[in-house]
Design a binder for this molecule. Sequence first.
Ligand code: FEO
Ligand code: CA
Ligand code: CA
Length: 653
Amino acid sequence: MTQDLQQFHAALAAPDDQSINPSGNPGLDQLVDQGRRTLLKGGLGLAALSLFGGVLGSRELFAAPPQLLGFTGVPVQTAADFDRVLVQPGYTARPFFSWGDAVLADAPAWNPDASDDWQAQLRQAGDNHDGMHFFPFAEAPDSHGLLVINHEYVNPTLHPGGMTFVDGRRPLAEVKKEQAAHGVSVIEVRKDAAGHWQRVLPSRWNRRISAQTPMAIGGPLAGHALMKTASDPAGREVLGTLNNCSMGVTPWGTYLACEENWPHYFVNRDAQDWEARVAHKRYGVGNGERSKYYAWETADPRFDATPDAGQPHGGQVNEPNRFGWVVEIDPFDPDSQPVKRTAFGRFSRECAVLSLGADGRMAFYSGDDAKGEYVYKLVPAGRFDAANPGASRDLLDEGTLYVARFDADGSGRWLALVHGQNGLTAENGFASQAEVLVNARAAADRVGATPMDRPEWVAVHPVSREVYVTLTNNDGRGEQQPLDSANPRRENLHGQILRWNEKDGDPAASEFRWELFLLAGEQPGAKDPQGQAVPAHLTGTINGDIFSSPDGLAFDGAGRLWIQTDYADDEPAMQAMGCNQLLCADPLSREVRRFLVGPRGCEITGITWSPDYRAMWINVQHPALSYPASDGQTRARSTTVLVTRDDGGVIGA
Ligand code: FEO
Ligand code: CA
Ligand code: CA
């Protein structure tokens, strides 16, 4: 049992930590022009600014105050026992919604010893709070809304004695509780008479979506043979969503939960079949004795994707095809069925972030967070019509999926993943558009996309529509993937942020101009505690407060770029960074200031605001220590934290 638990912890500690991209798509190393290299080495200073000056050259463009960052910042926290949220002076950070808190009115009170059963968990907040969004009510947008929150995965602390095996199998009751703790929470929130934000209970809108909630399949894969299983022979309804990391929001007011590390919930024990099945192997579906995460298949056969010729549709061999999509949820209709939108393509999707053009054309940007994977965008075929938002209901079922190629001269191309184009033909293994979408990674390999350093969140500037992506880190860069100008560091432990402008500011454009916004890491010339120079690959180009491994990323309405970090704070290379943090950057000056630091062992992730930007919610995911949660109970719990300014002002201004 001990070894099983160790495997769980190892898998959970490094959920994205693998490279399975065999494409050998060009490193652009040999193409990198000397001028750009010099630019990177010399820090991203005036030359880089002028490179993008055409779009970001004027402060007026943002309608922002002259001092975008209106706060002083907080220092790194390196103490091994740091167990609280430190926020900029003049602000208050209050635990707001923790794992186990009641979502439905009939939820039992949470037991601090984790003895609640799966039925209780289905009514309580899930674990590992991640991407989220505040949806305002029209009649009181700044004081009343729905907070929609992803629950990415589960920790062994979900159970009194951790995750266990009995006779080589997971107890079904534990597995059901773990499935119930996945998914999404919808909670009503409003300001009370004293002006303090509170959770509302009971609420007609509150809802828990889990790994067991029935959801429809929409788009090109609905009813397709690749989606049929013994338990769903029609291929039209999936039970649940898995590993919802970041998210997106549509202009018509729905939430897009994205499915990230779903391959690790499945196993295909037939080595020969696994080797030949691109839809499993290219995604890292397990092929050992057990799935990589929780061994659910030992209790719930739906997660055993080993082909079974004796069952219709090969048993559950297609079940992994039903994950890796975008799940559209209407938070204002608690009875609506979530829909998996398959036009988006299938990969380890971090996010689906909107850029809306003046003419109603849209792009939704997504990172595929694994080493050497790609950046994608879906351009829906239809346009958003603000005068008729109801007509948008199924806009996400038809569109063109693209993948990005970043060229060394700062230009970029969106390569269409369309059957019959760019070599995506039957002779090359893509018999239809459905196969292109299910095997989006292989299609992207084929068209020559640029393998990136683990693309995580995307953020789109509210005025200029400039697009930013976090490339969190990639310790395999230089070995598993060659260096290139967008991913220029060998053994890249600290990551970078890259930005681009679509041609003519058009979300649907097929060309763009890009540059590195910053390389994360220590300051050049930094010394370690022993007085030794920090190696060059661990120093970056940050103008201001240092950080590693950017992950969460979002703009507020004034154009402040908020950056959240996710690194193992006990790793030797992270000692100067301290605990994970929330920072804020000025896109024009590139200055970065640290706004908040979380407790030891946590990731800071998920960010949203009330429309007046006077309330900000962020998530403290999987703190290691007894961080005090919403009810003061001290079991280490993932928690949504509310940040407000003591004078009631706009956050960060
Ligand atoms: Fe769940 Fe890539 O972060
Ligand atoms: Ca993330
Ligand atoms: Ca991450």
